[in-house]
Design a binder for this molecule. Structure first.
Ligand SMILES: [Fe+2]
Length: 213
């Protein structure tokens, strides 16, 4: 390789590193906003990304997809910063009107990330993370493989962490109850392939990954 080629390669590598550094800085700023607004959602996102990455690798995502999944999992609920306090922090179950507001958070998240080309794939995951395999999810009612595989992976990870976490209006469900729920909704809410991937790891792995911060 000639000197010019080596120089160009080094420049390309340097430019990639700079881009990656910038992208990570933007990611960290967005996460700081989320943590300031809603520390519980921030903690949930930090646990969910670990579960998502293990599941994503098991489901065959490549390196680029795994990076997008990491960003998407960390930012999946960033749109909740647009949900008013009386809904976001309500110490009880939401009524229909409040649910309608809460269900807008994937759209809010997509809007926040619009224009950040480095988060293009992550934005799709954010937008689709409440879509369900049978088309009963939101906001678009996408079904099956219309939903990005990374979003289907995140949906299972998100549900598992949500079920095994305390809520203001209910205590955390046990690991066994959470697994039973994943199984009973495989093929309807969840992609069966992702639930099958979940079963290929022992309980200890999931408990370690979701240990409370
Ligand atoms: Fe969400």
């Amino acid at each position: 390789m000639g000197a010019t080629a080596i120089k160009n390669t080094n420049q390309t590598r340097e430019s990639f590193d700079n881009d990656e550094e910038t992208n990570r800085a933007i990611l960290n700023s967005l996460l700081a906003v989320l943590k300031t607004r809603d520390a519980d959602t921030y903690d949930h996102s930090k646990r969910t990304v670990k579960v998502s990455l293990l599941l994503g690798r098991e489901c065959g995502l490549d390196l680029k997809e795994m990076r997008s999944l990491e960003f998407g999992a960390l930012l999946h609920d960033i749109g909740k910063i647009g949900v008013p306090d009386n809904v976001l922090r309500k110490p009880g179950k939401l009524n229909d009107f409040e649910w309608a507001i809460m269900r807008r958070h994937p759209d809010f998240g997509e809007e926040i990330l619009r224009g950040l080309s480095c988060f293009a794939e992550a934005r799709t995951i954010v937008a689709q993370h409440h879509e369900k395999w049978d088309g009963s999810g939101y906001p678009l009612g996408l079904r099956g493989e219309e939903i990005a595989l990374s979003a289907r992976v995140l949906f299972v990870a998100d549900a598992f962490d949500a079920m095994t976490s305390d809520r203001v209006y209910r205590l955390a469900r046990s690991y066994e109850e959470a697994i039973a729920e994943l199984d009973s909704c495989a093929g309807t809410q969840f992609d069966s392939r992702v639930v099958a991937a979940f079963h290929r790891f022992p309980r200890e792995d999931w408990e370690r990954l979701t240990r409370r911060i």
